[in-house]
Ligand binder design. Structure first.
Ligand code: RIB
Length: 304
């Protein structure tokens, strides 16, 4: 479906250490974990894997260090068919995320940015070459990197999607003109001061985001409630599909990858939102970040 799409992702590449427990500890408390493991993550790399699993030809732009984690993360990107020519290996230390996961699949994440914070804005923008159809960026790199890359992609007429995770108060005015801007609930609160609970709040926050980013569409990820799309004149709500939640890590990354590809293919924001909801519901029902992302076969054959 998406095999003719050439996509690039500018963003973070992290080693994730995931520690499972029945409930997370209070301050000063010690609880027993049930198991742990290392998996490949980082919002940028997760979205690159999400695109590649759905069939797009994908290039990763970012930075790791020349250390064991960096090598493992790059091998993993290559194994997933991703072009890593845009990844520098001269960072100080590869990014790391410590993820604690409770019995209900809810996570809490601490990120050590390391090399991700050392991505050079001009170098990253220069890696956005002609011939690309799609660019995805997130907020897990420096604000200047996001701004420079959005500017370059918009100048080149490349469809650009801004995923506003993790929650940061970046200046949306410095990254105007994207096709889609997509924060989740807490990211919306960080950017607008409004938690999008009611339809009125969803609309108010969407209007602010639209005004500041000048994006064509504002798509809010509303967790178990699904998502909303605002095009400057009409608000549409798309309920989530029922899912047995095992691990919510990277469900938003999976959502963004599917949203971007389906909008680029169809030009229809409603079908893009519905497919992204479906991709997200598959991701939350599986463990891990990249390991939870569906392939195009799974996404289109799933009975949901
Ligand atoms: O979006 C999930 C990701 O956030 C994890 O893979 C972790 O690396 C953090 O960056």
């Amino acid at each position: 479906m998406y095999k003719n799409i050439h996509a690039a992702v500018v963003g973070s590449i992290n080693m994730d250490i995931i520690l499972n427990m029945e409930r997370v500890p209070e301050a000063g408390e010690n609880v027993l974990g049930t198991d742990y493991g290392y998996t490949c993550g980082g919002k940028g790399a997760n979205q690159a894997i999400g695109l590649a699993r759905l069939g797009a030809k994908t290039k990763m732009i970012g930075r790791v260090a020349s250390d064991a984690n960096g090598r493992r993360l790059l091998d993993n990107l290559c194994e997933n068919g991703i072009d890593i020519s845009g990844v520098s290996e001269n960072g100080s230390q590869t990014g790391l995320a410590a993820i604690i996961l409770d019995g209900e699949g809810r996570n809490r994440i601490v990120v050590y940015e390391g090399a991700n914070a050392e991505i050079d804005a001009d170098e990253a923008a220069d890696a956005i070459t002609d011939g690309l159809d799609l660019l995805l960026v997130q907020f897990e790199t420096d604000e200047k990197v996001v701004a420079a890359c959005v500017k370059r992609a918009v100048e080149k007429g490349i469809m650009t999607v801004i995923d506003c995770g993790p929650a940061k108060q970046f200046s949306l005015e410095s990254m105007q003109g994207a096709t889609i801007i997509s924060p989740n609930e807490s990211e919306t609160k960080a950017l607008t001061g409004i938690f999008p609970e009611t339809e009125k709040q969803i609309l108010e926050a969407s209007k602010i985001l639209s005004e500041r980013s000048k994006a064509e569409y504002v798509v809010l990820k509303l967790g178990e409630r699904g998502c909303s799309a605002w095009n400057g004149s009409e608000l549409k709500l798309f309920p989530a599909l029922p899912a047995k939640v095992v691990d919510t890590t990277a469900a938003g990354d999976c959502f963004t990858a599917a949203l971007a590809l389906e909008y680029l293919r169809s030009g229809d924001i409603s079908s893009a939102c519905m497919l992204a909801n479906k991709a997200g519901s598959i991701a939350v029902s599986r463990m891990g970040a990249q390991s939870s992302m569906p392939t195009d076969k799974e996404l289109f054959s799933s009975g949901k």
